[in-house]
Design a protein around this ligand. Structure first.
Ligand SMILES: [Zn+2]
Length: 497
């Protein structure tokens, strides 16, 4: 049999590794509660059993990035799932004693990851896992030689490559020790053929790498992106950039496809030090595709634009509330209280009592207070031509009174059911030249466009991003479920040994 053998082919190394894992203090654990413990053990088991995975440099398609990068994490293993591993919950002091193994011992190398605890030293840590003193002295010397005066902080992870020597089960051999306090700097001590130890400082270059995440909406757009391997911050930026144009309530469906383009920071040996900044994104709605492009105009701040170079920020919000749903449209309808057909001069958004109501655009308050059937009502004047009105509020927003200037998105009041209303909702009106028109039918101007000298640079960048949204290398799909399943399987296999 070639290639890497299954764990059962080398029980000895796995067992010694597990025994080592149980040692007090050194557990690769800060075991804050069961979940942390389980995850730590999972990682421990992964390092032990999955040694010598191919280096992740080029083929990001198969790199399990969640293990390398801080986000996204697989969902925590629950207590119920953990139930099969009662043995792992034993207190360190009751760790199983090492038993002589009937099988002939192998000398297959194995990996261990230990965390340096407060007040701990690497020498003490190696003593605890029975590395012979003569070796420890040399290791310490070699390490100090490369560290110079630098100290290794508590909490730092120490990667060890160990080997059990036949006939000397109690004195495992350390093949290499490495610690990487910064992504670009690693200190390594390696055992030489003659049994001596040599220290080395390795430095890595950090450079940007452009990747894409393709996904389909299942649950929230943000969660779908995270499941696909995008960092949460990038998804939030994407959603914010889309929100001026996309009606998430009506246009976003289960299965809506999207792509985001990310710029990761990666070391020359393939470690991801930044999970990705959003460069561009695409949302494929039924009839249209919305594309947003990050760009920084000369002397300005980063903003998102459409491929034509128009800022995604609009003069008006599409809906003056978060998570609202349209309960009654603009136009003729049977009036729920009056009982006869009447013109509904606005749009109703159903929302829980107390939901903040936002100014749809920047403007001046011209009315704030009771207004007949509208209940507590706010009217804003945005331009000489355009105004908006908000009815049935439970109360006004802080400082909202006639004459006050408001910014777009400022809270002007809270959802209620005052006036002629059958339940908590916002009645929202939009005026053009003093006449109420359908707010949902309005086309809103883009606020700014890329101009002048910036335009050529923008066009080049936008063209590049649009192409990369199709052909940049893909981030390995998150599949946290699968990773968790495999981690559980490995824990089980280890527990059965
Ligand atoms: Zn209404």
């Amino acid at each position: 049999m070639t290639g890497s053998p299954p764990p059962s082919d080398r029980p000895e190394s796995a067992r010694s590794a597990l025994v080592a894992l149980f040692r007090p203090v050194l557990l690769l654990v800060s075991a804050v509660g069961l979940t942390g413990f389980a995850i730590a053990l999972t990682l421990g088991a992964l390092t032990v059993l999955h040694r010598r995975a191919p280096p992740p440099e080029t083929d990001i398609g198969s790199t399990p990035i969640a293990i390398v990068s801080p986000t996204p994490e697989p969902p925590p293993i629950t207590a119920a799932e953990f139930k099969g591993f009662q043995g792992f919950q034993a207190k360190p002091s009751t760790a199983p004693p090492r038993q002589p193994d009937p099988e002939p011992p192998t000398n297959e190398p194995y990996d261990l990851t230990l965390r340096l605890e407060k007040g701990d030293t690497i020498d003490k840590m190696l003593a605890d896992i029975d590395v012979p003193e003569a070796d420890r002295r040399q290791i310490e010397q070699a390490l100090q030689g490369v560290l110079k005066k630098r100290r290794i902080a508590a909490g730092e992870e120490i990667q060890l490559e160990m080997q059990t020597t036949p006939g000397q089960l109690d004195a495992p051999r350390l093949l290499s020790l490495s610690v990487r306090p910064q992504p670009e700097r690693e200190y390594v001590v390696t055992r030489q053929d003659d049994g001596s130890y040599r220290g080395e400082e390795k430095t890595y270059r950090i450079s940007p790498r452009i990747v894409r995440v393709e996904g389909e909406r299942v649950g929230s757009l943000q969660q779908s992106g995270i499941a696909g391997g995008a960092p949460s911050a990038a998804m939030i930026e994407f959603i914010r950039a889309l929100s001026y144009d996309v009606d998430f309530q009506r246009e976003l469906k289960v299965g809506t496809k999207f792509t985001v383009l990310l710029e990761q920071q990666v070391t020359s040996d393939g470690k991801i030090t930044h999970p990705g900044r959003l460069l561009a994104g695409e949302l494929h709605l039924g009839k249209r595709t919305v594309t947003v492009i990050r760009f920084r105009p000369q002397g300005g701040a980063d903003q998102f634009y459409n491929p034509k170079g128009e800022s995604v920020v609009r003069s008006f919000l599409r809906t003056p509330m978060d998570a609202s749903k349209v309960t009654s449209r603009f136009g003729l309808r049977e009036h729920p209280i009056l009982g006869y057909s009447a013109m509904h001069t606005g749009v109703d958004f159903g929302a829980p009592m107390g939901t903040p109501i936002l100014a749809a655009g920047a403007g001046k308050v011209t009315m704030a207070g009771y207004n007949g059937g509208y209940g507590i009502f706010v009217k804003l004047e945005h331009t000489r031509e355009i105004g908006t009105g908000y009815g049935h509020m439970s109360r006004l927003g802080p400082g909202i009174k006639p004459g006050v200037v408001v910014r777009q998105g400022q809270v002007i009041g809270f959802v209620g059911s005052t006036g002629m209303s059958t339940g908590p909702h916002l009645h929202y009106e939009f005026y053009r030249g003093g006449r109420a028109v359908n707010p949902l039918a309005q086309k809103f101007a883009m606020q700014a466009s890329v101009g002048g000298k910036d335009l050529v640079r923008f066009k080049g960048l936008a063209g590049q991003y649009v192409a990369q949204l199709k052909n940049a290398p893909k981030v390995a799909a998150g599949k946290p479920e699968e990773r968790r399943e495999s981690a559980i399987r490995q824990l089980r296999a280890a527990a059965e040994q």
